[in-house]
Ligand binder design. Sequence first.
Ligand code: PAF
Length: 277
Amino acid sequence: MQVVTTIAALRAARAAMPEPVGVVPTMGFLHEGHLALVRRARQENASVIVTIFVNPTQFGPTEDFAAYPRDLARDLALLEQVGADLVFAPEVAEIYPPGFQTYVTVEQVAQPLEGARRPGHFRGVATVVAKLFNLTQPQRAYFGQKDAQQVRVIQQMTADLNFPLEIVVCPTVREPDGLAMSSRNTYLTPEQRQAAPVLYRSLQAVEAAYRSGERDAGRLRQIALDVLAAEPLAQVEYVSVADAATLQELEQVMAPALVSMAVRIGRARLIDNILLT
Ligand code: PAF
């Protein structure tokens, strides 16, 4: 496995890679969710590139950019085990040199949900992912369903900007108690960690009601809110039942619908979702 930190070295290594190439963009501090993406990329491509870059432009001024967990040595050891061929781990100035002034803005699908609570977040995501696509020239790029709106934003950008690659969306990887894996789970104290599976429990309650025939989106939202309300450590930011393609809130559920939520537990802001199909 080769590790590079500069664009020049990345381009040279990429040029020598057997095709097709799969890329897994990450912000590091890897967990099983990331490793599942790399394993899938390994199965489907001749070469696998993993990028590790904590992207400052997708963090708001009061968010956790400085505190975001980082452990490059551990990440590299894990990536070696799952068979990545090339790791690109640049410094911030390599991606955003002095004078940088070009950003990618995806419109409608970036506006609700996370976009409404984290202004500028998806502009940062779309910009860095567009740059990583340009730099790595993959045939396939792998993302987790856990960040459902991010997936929609990247799909839209890929189509609108004619990137010649396939976006592969992989299922959310969960802890045995249902908590979706996330690098930010590390912020949870033991007591908060015990409370955190309430997100998935509330999603499961919505799914069960949907399976029993409930189609009223307001009632489905309320079912999730009731489960979350029973956990005193959970502070709900939003619960959404939206069209899975447009991300606009629904009154009546017509599949496929995305049920998504953001909930603060302690200093961790957790997001999770399920698709109703
Ligand atoms: O999902 C993430 O880890 C990041 O948002 C991504 C896609 C690597 C862009 O920085």
